[in-house]
Design a protein around this ligand. Structure first.
Ligand code: NOJ
Length: 560
């Protein structure tokens, strides 16, 4: 397998609005990020993925961009950004920017032109269609609830928006639009950035004719994913982007891709295909959702589903493509609350989850606050939530469909995106040290106990454990490049696997429960000279790699 820096890197995601506020307006900003770079250096991460900092009216917190070459006022200036990049590079940290080009903001100058008239030169930068029998052009549903079409009086047509009404989809069929995007990418790359994370990039090619989605339940709208996920021209577009732009720079690219399979993952990430380096896939994020239903219909996780899913990706990509590894991002609930136990075993389960993920093959991503075990939040009132997806869903289900508000709030507690977006809890001072002003979204009340300062001061903290995992990766090539084999496939509580590389082996055993299951190594493994490489309990370790009683949420990694 070819060695690359981005395979060996650990990435840290910053969601700027919630990271650190430097000027007391309650909103995180670029100067705030600069003030925390030593903290990231201490953690040992190699790359920062920065969620959007471009000019935006903030309908979807920056994922609705009105000028791709300007910095959002609330976050600072281009000079601040230049300084941030320099300060990162001075510390040996690379910067990956977010590229949001499936859609723009409706306040982008292109859209202002596009909606003027049907013969405006920018008309075809977006996807416009006449209505059908006085209704929307098709039955597609927006990811953020309701129809994916909005009627625009000026030209008596509808435009497509797979996300909010203020996020019109760009028309990638138009070569002029594609060229504008490539030029914009070069603008940032020439400023010295080290790559892009590409927002829902497998949505950019829509099926010709935009056919209706299957709708067996006869609902007003239906998810149209089959007609725009991994669409007919997607590989052609990405190959073109690679040829025109990416191939001229030594950068890392990761495509966010809902609804992708390992086989497709290979097509996107096989070096010979000349498209992207890795994808974010979502299979493991959907396992606590009722099959076929929206993410809000939650069900408990069956560990066997998680093992089988992640293993399918590990095996499927092995030697052909490249995985990214993540438990969290700004759209997902906090992992310690989701697959761990944030009450009785917060520290143990957070460390166990980190061990399991960081010992797999792929590039690990840490989402801000994960490194010291931040948890989900439970606000009493829907008004305390800020996320557009959450509000649209609440409106549809509680106000329009008259569903039980308590039940809907419960699904927000479990799945809402604001779980990940409460401000970073830096210390135990007011607002967790995030801002001197009033935070744009309330701080999780547990900041007095759970915060970065406390974690830094405690050598047994989750923070120091992550630091150790990152360090191990730097010193053991097997963690990066080793092959992967799941063992104990059907065990409902233990996730265990074996890695192998150049005659070395690793055994990873992780207990995903608060119980005491017996770990037994299956027969037939030639393992010699064990060394306990890392474990989430301190002190004496009873038993051996061949068999031991696992403590609640215990994780051990043996090296042979
Ligand atoms: C995926 C992003 O991660 C999410 O935050 C955003 O709302 C949508 N794409 C639309 O840009």
């Amino acid at each position: 397998m070819e060695k690359n820096w981005w395979k060996e890197a650990v990435v840290y995601q910053i969601y700027p609005r919630s990271f650190m506020d430097s000027n007391g307006d309650g909103i995180g900003d670029i100067k705030g990020i600069i003030s925390k770079l030593d903290y990231l250096k201490e953690l040992g991460v190699d790359v920062v993925w920065l969620s959007p900092v471009y000019q935006s009216p903030n309908d979807d917190n920056g994922y609705d961009i009105s000028d791709y070459r300007k910095i959002m006022d609330e976050f600072g200036t281009m000079d601040d950004w230049d300084e941030m990049l320099k300060e990162m590079h001075d510390r040996g940290i690379k910067l990956v920017m977010d590229l949001v080009v499936n859609h723009s903001s409706d306040e982008h100058a292109w859209f202002a032109e596009s909606r003027q008239s049907k013969d405006n030169p920018y008309r075809d930068y977006y996807i416009w269609r006449p209505g059908k029998d006085g209704k929307e052009p098709n039955n597609w549903e927006s990811v953020f609830s309701g129809s994916a079409w909005k009627y625009d009086e000026a030209t008596d047509e509808y435009f497509l928006h797979l996300f909010s009404k203020k996020q019109p989809d760009l028309n990638w069929e138009n070569p002029n639009l594609r060229n504008e995007i490539y030029e914009m990418m070069k603008f940032w790359l020439d400023k010295g950035i080290d790559g892009f994370r590409m927002d829902v990039i497998n949505f950019i090619s829509k099926e010709e004719g935009l056919p209706d989605a299957d709708n067996p339940e006869g609902k007003p709208f239906a998810p149209g994913g089959q007609h725009f996920m991994n669409g007919p021209r997607i590989h052609e577009f990405l190959k073109e982007m690679n040829k025109e732009v990416l191939s001229h720079y030594d950068v890392m690219t990761v495509g966010e891709m809902p609804g992708v399979s390992p086989d497709e993952g290979i097509l996107y990430t096989d070096a010979e295909e000349n498209e992207l380096n890795m994808v974010f896939q979502f299979e493991h994020m959907d396992l606590d959702t009722e099959p076929g239903k929206s993410k809000w219909h939650v069900k408990p996780l069956d560990l066997r589903d998680l093992k089988h899913s992640l293993s399918r990706w590990q095996k499927g990509m092995q030697g052909k493509g490249w995985n990214s590894l993540y438990w969290n991002n700004h759209d997902q609930p906090r992992i310690v609350s989701r697959f761990g136990d944030d009450r009785s075993y917060r520290v143990e389960s957070a460390k166990m989850l980190a061990t399991c993920l960081h010992m797999m093959q792929g590039t690990p991503y840490i989402y801000q606050g994960e490194e010291f075990g931040m948890t989900n939040v439970r606000f009493d009132s829907i008004q305390q939530y800020k996320d557009i997806e959450t509000h649209n869903m609440y409106k549809e289900r509680v106000i329009e469909n008259k569903e039980d508000p308590a039940e809907v709030m419960n699904s927000i507690y479990i799945k809402g995106r604001d779980n990940a977006r409460t401000p970073i809890q830096w210390d135990d001072s007011k607002n967790g040290g995030f801002t001197e002003g009033t935070p744009w979204i309330e701080v999780n009340p547990n900041y007095k106990e759970i915060n970065a300062k406390a974690a830094l001061e405690d050598s047994a903290s989750i923070f120091h454990y992550y630091k150790n995992l990152i360090n191990l990766r730097k010193n053991h090539e097997i963690i990066v490049y080793g092959s992967y084999e799941l063992i104990l496939e059907e065990d409902p509580e233990i996730f265990a696997f074996i890695r192998e590389y150049n005659g070395e082996k690793l055994l990873v055993a992780a207990n995903f429960s608060g119980n005491n299951p017996e770990f037994r190594l299956p027969e037939g493994f030639e393992l010699k000279e064990p060394e306990l490489l890392v474990a989430n309990y301190e002190g004496q370790h009873e038993g051996t790699y061949e068999g031991f009683t696992m403590r609640p949420w215990e994780a051990r990694v043996y090296k042979f």
